[in-house]
Ligand binder design. Structure first.
Ligand code: AMP
Ligand code: MG
Length: 317
């Protein structure tokens, strides 16, 4: 009897060739090096690691729309984690916890207009960290130290692989340049962040973004915010966002009204703030795949993944 040979569906073939491409193991090795070195750095600097949460009645509202990813459970709606921002603030209510970090899976069902940016996945890992009673300057210095620590460690542990993947070892940076969004925009136009990223060969800080209600507003200059982004150079774009956090009840209410956040969903969080129990904190989170992409000089962030997570594209595994 003749057996029928079925032609493999195209999507299956695509997925299988993605997960077996020759460059993948080296990229994964670099990514592993990043995470290992980051753990070491966090440990040396005294941060306590928390395990990630994947479900919560509250999660990051983000400053852009995504497809809803929530499920019903125990008479509530639980959202898949977009970031653990609120949990970081709440965890730091413990009197003996001063600094924490989490290797945190984030699900953000980005719309398909982000499919070709080279920077967006609909599921990724963020290394999220937060300090009690520290300010933006502390966090920015911390991140600069972290990057140099991780890069030096990779140069030491994986020099041959780095030379193969990116033709040179990783640079160690002096202090990063700092810019303000409004000034760069005035100088370079609406695409200022990316233009500046293409012009530089060092990461830079971009201050003052108008975005989520949990970033602290400057009371001396309303409408400006104590937040900061790390932007990778060579056109790789944003790699981290962070801020001093809003912890005052009245100011949270004001900012939630301005950003259109749903106060009902956040009522218990607001109650903690109303009691004056939300600590004063500052922190940030960086995308692991974006750091890997920058180090490996990959155009498409999907080339960091084993299983493609391109916004809007169906995958089978
Ligand atoms: P955010 O606080 O929204 O800026 O997210 C923190 C960091 O996570 C960003 O700076 C990126 O490095 C990374 N990130 C955010 N969204 C995505 C995404 N859709 N795909 C991959 N990485 C992302
Ligand atoms: Mg951001």
């Amino acid at each position: 009897m003749q057996t029928e040979v079925l032609e493999e569906p195209k999507v299956l073939q695509e997925v299988l060739s993605h997960l077996s491409r020759p460059a993948l193991p080296g990229v994964l090795r670099i990514q592993q090096g990043i995470v290992r070195a980051t753990h070491d750095f966090m440990f040396k600097r005294g941060l306590t690691q928390l395990m990630p949460l994947m479900l919560s009645p509250i999660t990051d509202p983000l400053n852009h729309g995504v497809v809803d990813a929530s499920i019903p459970y125990a008479d509530k709606r639980w959202s898949l984690t977009k970031s653990m921002i609120f949990h970081k603030q709440l965890a730091l209510m413990h009197p003996d916890l001063d600094s924490i970090y989490i290797v945190s899976p984030n699900v953000r069902l980005e719309f398909s207009d982000r499919a070709q940016t080279g920077r967006h996945l609909f599921e990724f890992t963020q290394i999220d960290f937060e300090f009690k009673n520290k300010d933006r300057f502390y966090v920015m210095d911390f991140m600069e130290d972290l990057v140099n620590f991780v890069f030096a460690r990779l140069n030491e542990e994986l020099p041959e692989l780095l030379l193969e993947i990116r033709d040179e070892l990783l640079p160690l940076y002096e202090k990063w340049p700092v810019y303000r969004t409004e000034k760069l925009e005035a100088a370079l136009g609406p695409d200022y962040e990316m233009i500046q990223s293409q012009l530089l060969d060092t990461p830079y800080w971009l201050l003052n973004h108008k975005r989520e209600f949990y970033d602290k507003e400057d009371q001396m200059r309303p409408g400006t915010y104590f937040n900061y982004d790390l932007v990778w150079p060579e056109g790789f774009g944003e790699g981290l966002s962070g801020a001093e956090r809003e912890n005052e009840y009245k100011q949270l209410l004001k900012r939630m009204t301005e950003t259109g956040a749903n106060k009902e969903i956040f009522k218990d969080y607001l109650e903690v703030a109303k009691r004056g129990e939300l600590p004063r904190t500052a922190g940030a989170g960086f995308g692991v795949e974006r750091m890997t992409r920058f180090i490996c000089r990959l155009q498409d962030i999907n080339d960091v993944t084993v299983f493609q997570r391109r916004p809007g594209h169906a995958s089978i595994f």
